[in-house]
Design a binder for this molecule. Sequence first.
Ligand SMILES: [Zn+2]
Ligand SMILES: [Zn+2]
Length: 159
Amino acid sequence: MRGAREGGCACGAVRYRLTSEPMFTHCCHCLNCQRQTGSAFVINLLIEADRVELLAGEPQPVPVPRDDGSEQVIYRCPTCQVAVFSEYTRPEVRFVRAGTLDQPSSITPDVHIFTRSKLPWVTLPDSVPAFEVYYDSKVLWPAESLERLAATRPTAARS
Ligand SMILES: [Zn+2]
Ligand SMILES: [Zn+2]
């Protein structure tokens, strides 16, 4: 592990620590992320929920409608309402918002997704894969990360 990654909300009530590196890092340019952040894109660290250790506070789950009719749960500081992570279909994987890290510059995206709605003045580096919509994680993720993802699945496999 390359040094602990810690972060939190604006008021300091919520503090978290990632106990390992993320499995993969998305830079998402979709309309949902643009609306939720009020900005051009979101940077999400995909990591097992049990590797997000809460040091202070209890982020509050807020269900948020998405354009496709589904729902995403965004966890916010109960006091200042800053969003620290979210949950899509699988609660065992957290999408931690990299902008809430103490050192956001320590993260670079592994992939750019939903570039079909990327703001035209955002220029992406040629060195990072980019997709109009989504991608195949089996192709793009390192083997070690795929193993970690598979290890989060025992409950889903039984159902
Ligand atoms: Zn706060
Ligand atoms: Zn998105």
